[in-house]
Design a protein around this ligand. Structure first.
Ligand SMILES: [Zn+2]
Length: 441
């Protein structure tokens, strides 16, 4: 066969069946109550009708999240299911089942198929969700051990990742004898400039956004508040039309849920939503891309709204006539996370004015004393009382400081999005993404 003909044939084959890129976005803890609260939180209340969110334009179904040993999953087991298509036990990264010990993750499979592979997260890179895409066989708490798996090569002798953005420099430094040297030997450039990515032009690299755990969006400086969006933008600019697998996690929605802090959760949702919009626009310009967005589980048992007692004279007649209400304007005025507010109260000892400054809420006598008690007797955490007060004023409800078993939403857009319709299990989500990446079962 002549060379030109061969080239023409190969090119047309490639054009006929180009590899589909995948953007997998995980809102950690982002159960259905979070996406609905966010919709009401963002609505201006003034215009008629309700403004929809980017999530509303992409909803295709729900998925079940239970783990191998509990109806209620933790992030490690859920991420393992989403990354490999197999369930594992809570707390565990990868599979205990020896039959599937060599099960590949989506990221590993994609790399083997010649995709660019990358992850960008607002947790540490060694935290449960990103860890489950590249590491295996560890308890989630052993982050330094997990870090060592990041430089393990695949069968082709390649690094599994092209670039990583997230916190947790610390765990790499602890995990390796001389981490800077290891990175150098592997030709991986290390960046340690927070969310300033402008000098990053090539990969492989790791960009550490924080030495340990990154801060909450609500406590960040204004210019760094939308950091998932910054990471998403940079990642999509770097892949530059080549086939890629990119996992992006809004990691801290879950952490706000664990402490039952609604303003914290809504600020994380704002950042994550902006990132989903960016990714969606990328798909519009690059139709050969699948955008899949889901959660690993729901956190906190979040509920919005409460019944108003008919004899409650502290609210207007008009408000009483509504029977049920959620005061989102209370949440909108909160300026810091409950952790930061508690810290400020402890430092200043000026309970009333400090609380008023960060929340716009004037404390009742009873509320003042409950906060003061936490400072004097330390029986209950100050942060928890701060949240109790805000939740009571806004009618926001929580059932737990842990996770719950409710199904989570599946949002899909672009190439192959029709595969994700209806009720699936989280393991089926992974299987279908494998298919999109080209694996035949
Ligand atoms: Zn989680």
């Amino acid at each position: 066969m002549n060379k030109l003909l061969l080239i023409t044939l190969t090119t047309s084959l490639l054009l006929a069946n180009p590899q589909t890129s995948v953007i997998l976005m995980i809102g950690d803890g982002m159960g259905p109550a979070y996406t609905s609260s966010y919709r009401y939180y963002k609505d201006d209340n003034r215009s008629a009708g309700l403004k929809s969110t980017v999530f509303d334009t992409m909803l295709v179904g729900m998925n079940t999240t239970y783990s191998q040993n509990s109806v209620i999953t933790d992030s490690a087991a859920a991420a393992t299911a989403l990354a490999t298509g197999y369930k594992t036990e809570n707390g565990y990264i990868g599979l205990r089942d020896k039959n599937h010990a060599d099960a590949q993750t989506l990221l590993e499979y994609a790399k083997e198929q010649g995709y660019i592979t990358a992850m960008a997260v607002t947790s540490t890179l060694t935290h449960a969700t990103p860890a489950a895409f590249i590491s295996r066989g560890h308890h989630r708490n052993r982050e330094a051990e997990i870090a060592k798996d990041f430089f393990a090569k695949n069968k082709k002798g390649e690094l599994k990742f092209d670039f990583l953005i997230g916190g947790g420099d610390k765990y790499f430094t602890e995990g390796y004898t001389n981490f800077n040297q290891t990175a150098k030997e592997e030709h991986v450039t290390l960046y340690r400039k927070g969310y300033d990515f402008k000098n990053i032009k090539n990969y492989p690299f790791i960009a550490f956004t924080a030495y340990d755990y990154p801060a909450f969006a609500i406590d960040e400086k204004e210019e760094d508040r939308y950091r998932v969006s910054k990471m998403t933008k940079k990642s999509l600019a770097l892949v530059n039309d080549k086939p890629f697998f990119l996992m992006i996690e809004g990691s801290q929605i879950d952490w706000c849920g664990h402490i039952n802090d609604m303003a914290c959760a809504m600020t994380e949702m704002e950042d994550f939503t902006r990132s989903v919009s960016l990714a969606r626009s990328y798909v519009d310009a690059h139709p050969n891309t699948l955008l899949l967005v889901t959660a690993d589980h729901s956190t906190g048992g979040l509920a919005i709204g409460k019944k108003i007692k008919k004899d409650n004279k502290s609210v207007s007649k008009e408000t009483r006539s509504k029977s049920y209400i959620w005061y989102k304007d209370v949440i909108e005025k909160i300026k810091a996370s409950s952790i930061a507010i508690a810290q400020k109260i402890r430092e200043s000892k000026e309970i009333n004015s400090t609380f008023q400054h960060y929340t716009a809420i004037t404390l009742s006598n009873e509320e003042y004393h409950s906060l003061k008690n936490t400072l004097d007797q330390k029986q209950k955490k100050t942060r928890q009382v701060v949240n109790d007060i805000i939740n009571r004023h806004s009618n926001t409800g929580w059932t737990t400081h842990g996770h719950t078993a409710v199904d989570v939403e599946t949002f899909a857009y672009g190439k192959g999005s029709e595969k994700f319709r209806g009720l699936l299990d989280n393991t089926q989500i992974a299987e279908k993404v494998f298919e999109v990446l080209g694996r035949n079962r």
